[in-house]
Design a protein. Structure first.
Length: 176
């Protein structure tokens, strides 16, 4: 399949955690130009943290988009100049107070390639242990929960966990 050609691009707005741009793309099949809107966001990370006694570190936090609290794994944005692994370590520590010395990258997904330009990386943190208190941002109110190892898949199957990126992370963990 031939690549579409970008003939123009213009920023439309900066919204702190993402920017929005309009791209004009030419179809290689028809030659017709079309407008597309792209959300540019930093890459994201998700962390499946497993303690030495095989507990999984989950978090519960309010999500403005759905208007209710969701059960998830720790994660967040990759800051400028940071590698995904560095971001994963930081997010786990900040959101939960847990740390790990045993990290493996499990996989990467494009959250929504139709309208987003970023990636989400999933990491496994083995032998996670509590090392201190949470260090939450002013926009965060996070409850930390420890669940048995199978809980992640059970909560997905029951529908309690319905965050698409957490479901993708669980897949990466299952096939690793």
């Amino acid at each position: 399949m031939s690549q579409w050609i970008r003939t123009a691009s213009a920023p439309l707005g900066d919204f702190r955690v993402f920017t929005l741009r309009e791209d004009i793309l030419r179809s290689p099949r028809t030659g017709t130009e079309h407008s597309y809107y792209v959300i540019e966001a930093p890459d994201w990370v998700n962390v499946i943290a497993v303690t030495t006694d095989e507990q999984i570190v989950l978090i519960r936090q309010h999500r403005a988009g759905t208007g209710h609290a969701t059960l998830e794994i720790p994660g967040g944005m990759v800051d400028p100049g940071e590698t995904p692994l560095e971001a994963a370590r930081r997010e786990l520590s900040e959101e939960t107070g847990f740390v790990s010395d045993d990290w493996t990258e499990l996989g990467r997904v494009s959250p929504n390639p139709a309208i987003q330009s970023n990636s989400c990386f999933t990491f496994l943190a083995r032998d996670a242990r509590r090392a201190g208190p949470q260090q939450l941002d002013g926009t965060e109110d996070i409850a930390v929960e420890l669940h048995h190892r199978e809980a992640l898949h059970e909560r997905i199957t029951s529908g309690e966990i319905d965050h698409a990126l957490v479901v993708a992370a669980a897949y990466w963990w299952k096939v690793s």
